[in-house]
Design a protein around this ligand. Structure first.
Ligand SMILES: Nc1ncnc2c1ncn2[C@@H]1O[C@H](COP(=O)(O)OP(=O)(O)O)[C@@H](O)[C@H]1O
Ligand SMILES: CC(=O)OP(=O)(O)O
Ligand SMILES: [Mg+2]
Length: 402
């Protein structure tokens, strides 16, 4: 039997998303999410053909190891167990790959120790990614495990965009530079945007706005990333669900010297208690919009700050690219919030950007244009599919491709 299935794991700080795909026809055999890991109210949601409309169960799941075992049980219950000879490989999203992983990589001890070495610059993500890999290795030690790095797509950034303007010797000694993240999504969405326009990726320049809980923008020239908003860590750039994004670095010294806070406390403040949740107490855009509709001033200000930053990046990347063919909105907020899309583009007509209110309001499934007919720059909603992209790259590397 030819093994044609790939299991993809996207392990986040408190959740694990998984998908089992059959690469013969790119069909999804099962998808699932284990969330609120470490709490009493953890939840497993699992969907497959055998599971009909899907199953859900709640109850404590102590850690990522237990989460992956819960996933394995769900798959086995549908006859899709990890012991299947049809499984060709397991693909892992790894958030920080530093400068050197430019391609998907089969994981061995050297790769594991490199991912571990990068924990200080991706403290929310790399530890969870590592646990996912290690548990998967014990579940199927015979299978190739492939790491697909968030940073890989951004390694084409020119030095002028990747370097910070700090002392070169210090930067080099500590490998301080801008790496960028969500690269799998930026790569996939920029390609899909070109397809939507009926053109080859090499023929178009695209600004991709990945607006999820973590959020980042990128400028993609002819299929290659030339700038992105996240930096050494996923903290730089846009206002996010719980992260501050850009600010004067001197805020940190001030909080240390005058506020008496430690480096760890400030790290937690900026990564987990800032962004939308710090500004208004909510990080879910649906809740923020609901509050705005009820006249909540704090939620409105949080939304305005979020949009102001987003608009600045759109303008900046128009300048970086010169010629812009499309702006693509993606991820949870980008795909679902017509209000965010309309507000981010409002007033940018001099740059050739506009949103057609009717098109923007349509809730569709696939990629779609929301700019007016004949617009100079296409504005689009292009759903991301990081799991499919990871599976494709994993299978291309280790699958039976004859
Ligand atoms: N219908 C919706 N309208 C507005 N925002 C939404 C909607 N659905 C989801 N979101 C936003 O998407 C976010 C999650 O996006 P997602 O890309 O899944 O993030 P992540 O992968 O970082 O967990 C939620 O926090 C919420 O703010
Ligand atoms: C890199 C990053 O921010 O990832 P996520 O959006 O999954 O938190
Ligand atoms: Mg995401």
């Amino acid at each position: 039997m030819t093994a044609t299935r790939v299991l993809v794991l996207n392990s986040g700080s408190s959740s694990v998303k998984y998908q089992l795909l059959d690469m013969r026809d790119s069909s999804r055999l099962a998808t699932g999410l284990v969330e609120r890991i470490g709490e009493q109210t953890s939840r497993v949601r699992h969907t497959s053909a055998a599971a009909g409309d899907g199953r859900e169960r709640t109850g404590p799941i102590a850690d990522h190891d237990a989460a992956l075992k819960a996933m394995a049980e769900e798959l086995a219950a549908d006859g899709l167990g990890l012991d299947s000879p049809e499984l060709a490989a397991i693909g892992h999203r790894v958030v920080h790959g530093g400068k050197y992983f430019t391609e998907p990589t089969v994981i061995d001890d050297t790769v594991l120790s490199e991912i571990e070495r990068l924990i200080p610059v991706a403290p929310l993500h790399n530890p969870a990614n590592l646990t996912g890999i290690r548990t998967a290795m014990t579940l199927r030690p015979d299978l190739p495990q492939v790491a697909v790095f968030d940073t890989a797509f951004h390694t084409t950034m020119p030095e002028s965009a990747a370097r910070y303007a700090i002392d070169v010797a210090t930067a080099d000694a500590h490998r301080i530079r801008r790496y960028g993240f969500h690269g799998t999504s930026h790569a996939y969405v920029s390609r899909e945007t070109a397809r939507l326009l009926g053109r080859a990726p090499e023929e178009v320049n695209v600004i991709v706005l990945h607006l999820g809980n973590g959020a980042s923008a990128s400028a993609v020239r002819a299929g290659r990333c030339v700038d992105t908003s996240m930096g050494l860590t996923p903290l730089e750039g846009l206002v996010m669900g719980t992260r501050s994004g850009d600010m004067d670095p001197a805020v940190i010294f001030h909080l240390m010297r005058v506020g008496g806070m430690s480096a760890d406390e400030i790290d937690t403040l900026l990564n987990k208690k800032s962004g939308l949740i710090g500004l208004c107490g909510d990080n879910d855009m649906r809740e923020i919009r609901r509050r705005i509709d009820e006249g909540d001033e704090q939620a409105k200000l949080a939304f305005d700050i979020y949009i102001h930053r987003l608009k600045k990046y759109i303008g900046a990347y128009c300048a970086v690219l010169g010629q812009v063919d499309a702006v693509a909105f993606t991820a949870g907020v980008g795909e679902n919030s017509a209000e965010v899309r309309a507000a981010a583009v409002a007033g940018l007509e001099p740059l050739g950007l506009a949103v057609d209110a009717e098109r923007n309001a349509v809730r569709g499934e696939g990629p779609r244009l929301i700019s007016p007919e004949g617009a100079r720059v296409a504005v689009a909603v292009v759903p991301t599919d990081e799991e499919m992209e990871i599976a494709t790259q994993t299978y291309a590397l280790v699958g039976n491709n004859d």
